[in-house]
Design a binder for this molecule. Structure first.
Ligand SMILES: [Zn+2]
Ligand SMILES: [Zn+2]
Length: 415
């Protein structure tokens, strides 16, 4: 038997219905904010991610599906979508098109991670990016749109956690300060922290090892050491968020994993996740477009893992599907059933019909296993009398109905 590649999965009905609902809510909300959808290729030149995500990150170092194509060019299956969006933006000169400065995407991403609960190698993200607007209102509005989407999708207990990681002017100053502050106690930090203190000191603040916590909690906060422009930006984001009635808190140790963030970084948590883990995160990445060979332009965005989101979205409704299974026996009944199905479908009803002859008993069994609510029974008698039997599988009730009244009756009975 051939099985799915490790870390990938098939999604079937009715579970797929939850995906489609979440995606529909996303499209509806983003549309109202003037965001348009972008679909970028899954395959991108490897260099895009090396330059866009940073070669110091685990994603680029350990987790990418990278291979040489038949001409020996190195390509990578996208591990995230921001770099691809930025690449498309630069390639198509979208900075000349105000219509395309607010973009959203949804689709599969690929990372070669150790398979564990909730972590797939093919996973799916919904994300949004605003390119070319450096003002704090962009950060606030895009976070506000996200919160509206999550609430509409049914996520409860949403909290926005905010921080600023500064800019190329003030961050290096803070990083030096942080290294000095942590140096006397470096021996007490975990191995990861000690290594990061050399390679990427800001990310030390991210450590979750319990023994590191008191030391890191006592470390200086970057928000207290921002340059004037960054401090003004940060204050602006908070002021506009408050005006939008989006509740948020600040966390001094919030730094995001990717190297390209500048100024605003944020995470969203949900009480429904039942842990301190974030539902998603994002931030400002003003240097990214330049990094991949584009103009010096601002960017802000976030990405949300679908699989993670679906853990906190209400389950699909249980109970029978409001569908009709059309059961028939005999050649004349078959022709009649084709016509009835066509008629009911045109009126908007869901009608399932099987075309290989089978007994009514077998049809009823299959309808029950499909978990549909109604069976339409069309036998020789029904064809002769032109009244058809509609059976409700929940109650066992049967009704005789004319073709003209069938659709209206189904509509009345649909919950
Ligand atoms: Zn700054
Ligand atoms: Zn540590």
């Amino acid at each position: 038997m051939i099985t799915a590649v490790k870390g990938t999965q098939d999604t079937l009905f009715p579970e797929i219905g939850r995906w489609q609902r979440v995606e529909a809510v996303a499209r509806e909300v983003f549309h109202r904010y003037g965001f348009t959808e972008i679909r970028t290729p899954i395959l991108e030149p490897t260099e895009l991610f090396v330059r866009g995500i940073g070669d110091e990150t685990d994603i680029v170092n350990k987790e990418m599906y990278t291979f040489a194509d038949r001409k020996g060019r190195s390509v990578t299956m996208r591990p995230e979508n921001t770099a691809g969006v930025a690449r498309a933006f630069v390639e198509h000169r979208l900075h000349e098109s105000p219509l395309h400065s607010r973009l959203f995407y949804m689709g599969p991403q690929f990372r070669y991670e150790r398979p564990q609960k909730g972590r797939l190698r093919q996973f799916h993200q919904i994300g949004a990016e605003v390119l070319g607007d450096a003002a704090p209102g962009t950060d606030a509005e895009t976070i506000g749109m996200l919160v509206e989407f999550l609430q509409k999708a049914g996520v409860v207990g949403i909290e926005v956690v905010l921080n600023s990681v500064g800019c190329p002017a003030c961050r290096p100053v803070f990083v030096a300060l942080l290294k000095d502050a942590l140096a006397p106690r470096a021996g007490e930090l975990c191995g990861d922290c000690r290594r990061r203190l050399e390679t990427n000191p800001l990310r030390v603040l991210d450590c979750k090892v319990p023994s590191c916590q008191p030391i890191l909690d006592a470390a200086p906060a970057i928000a207290d050491h921002l340059c004037e422009a960054c401090a003004e930006h940060h204050a602006g984001v908070k002021r506009i968020l408050a005006g939008m009635a989006v509740s948020f808190s600040e966390r001094a140790r919030l730094v995001r994993g990717l190297d390209y963030y500048t100024r605003t970084v944020f995470e969203v948590t949900s009480s429904a996740l039942g842990s301190q883990d974030a539902l998603l995160g994002g931030g400002r990445y003003d240097g990214l477009l330049e990094e991949i060979g584009g103009p010096a332009m601002a960017g802000f965005g976030w990405a949300l893992g679908m699989e993670r989101l679906l853990m906190v979205v209400p389950p699909a409704p249980s109970g029978r599907l409001p569908w009709t299974y059309a059961a028939w026996a005999g050649e004349a009944a078959y022709e009649r059933t084709l016509a009835l199905a066509r008629h009911l479908r045109r009126e908007g009803h869901v009608v399932v019909m099987e075309h290989a002859p089978r007994s009514f008993k077998s049809s009823l069994k299959r309808a029950d296993r499909m978990n549909v609510k109604w069976v339409l029974i069309v036998g020789e008698e029904e064809v002769a009398s032109q009244t058809y039997t509609l059976k409700d599988l929940d109650t066992g009730e049967q009704e005789a109905l004319s073709e003209a009244s069938l659709g209206a009756r189904l509509r009345e009975k649909t919950p």
